[in-house]
Design a protein around this ligand. Structure first.
Ligand SMILES: [Fe+2]
Length: 252
């Protein structure tokens, strides 16, 4: 009851009073507040908030053997790392600024700049190996992920595992919603990339299905074998050189 009253109260607040990091389960007010704050010169990207680029690179150039580790690996500029618990996707293995991918971060920036018609600054890059049953909870990113891209390196599931992105709502001149955006499931193959407005567009992944059926999982357990299902994804993050978040350039 109290929550209902609270959420009604929040919906009536002017959009510009909603803090960016405030909890907002339906994202509506945050989307309204953030909409149009990361403008580019690509019409399709502006309309949908995302853009798929097929065969961005050969994924073999970025593949590594999967070690089934977990945790959050934070690399410094000398290549040394510390490990902490991975909070966003518990149990996955996430690497923050893993040095071998640094080159790709800048190379991708050049290509993405050409696609969106805007200059970008690097912030950080990140890769994650998801395992069976793990999900990415619906969220909007921090300011240093203003323009983001996610590249599919590899997977052993045999099927695509979509990333979901909500397209923008349409507003009238008073910023009332006249048409709701859609939840779109984006299916990538290894080597494909999707560029998205990390700060403006909510995005998420539903739980990753195991590559084994229940009987196979049961027998693997008896044999002492783990479920070796995995999905490896690499994220690149940037800010617009002429945007309101440009001071986040270089922030890891
Ligand atoms: Fe994100």
């Amino acid at each position: 009851m109290l929550m209902t009253i609270f959420s009604k109260f929040r919906k009536n607040k002017p959009a510009n009073l909603i803090p960016i990091d405030q909890e907002d389960p339906d994202f509506e007010e945050r989307e309204k507040f953030l909409f149009g704050t990361s403008k580019t010169n690509n019409d399709e990207f502006e309309r949908n908030g995302y853009l798929v680029v097929r065969n961005f690179w050969d994924p073999n150039d970025l593949r590594e053997e999967i070690d089934y580790a977990s945790g959050n690996y934070q690399y410094n500029q000398f290549g040394k790392y510390t490990i902490s618990e991975e909070a966003q996707v518990p149990g996955s293995r996430a690497r923050h600024n893993y040095p071998p991918y640094k080159y790709f971060h800048s190379q991708a920036r050049i290509k993405i700049q050409n696609i969106i018609g805007k200059e970008l600054f690097n912030t950080y890059h990140y890769d994650r190996v998801y395992y069976a049953n793990q999900e990415l909870v619906k969220h909007i990113d921090r300011p240093n992920c203003e323009i983001s891209a996610t590249f599919q390196i590899g997977s052993n599931t045999g099927k695509s595992w979509p990333i979901w992105i909500k397209t923008p709502d349409t507003y009238d001149e008073n910023k009332n919603i006249v048409k709701k955006g859609k939840d779109v499931d984006i299916h990538l193959n290894d080597g494909d990339l999707v560029i998205y407005k990390g700060v403006e567009r909510p995005h998420w992944r539903k739980p990753l299905k195991s590559r084994y059926n229940s009987a196979q999982r049961f027998f693997r357990k008896i044999m002492g074998k783990i479920d070796d299902t995995y999905h490896h994804q690499l994220f690149f993050h940037y800010v617009l050189a002429d945007g309101e978040r440009c001071s986040f350039a270089g922030q890891r």
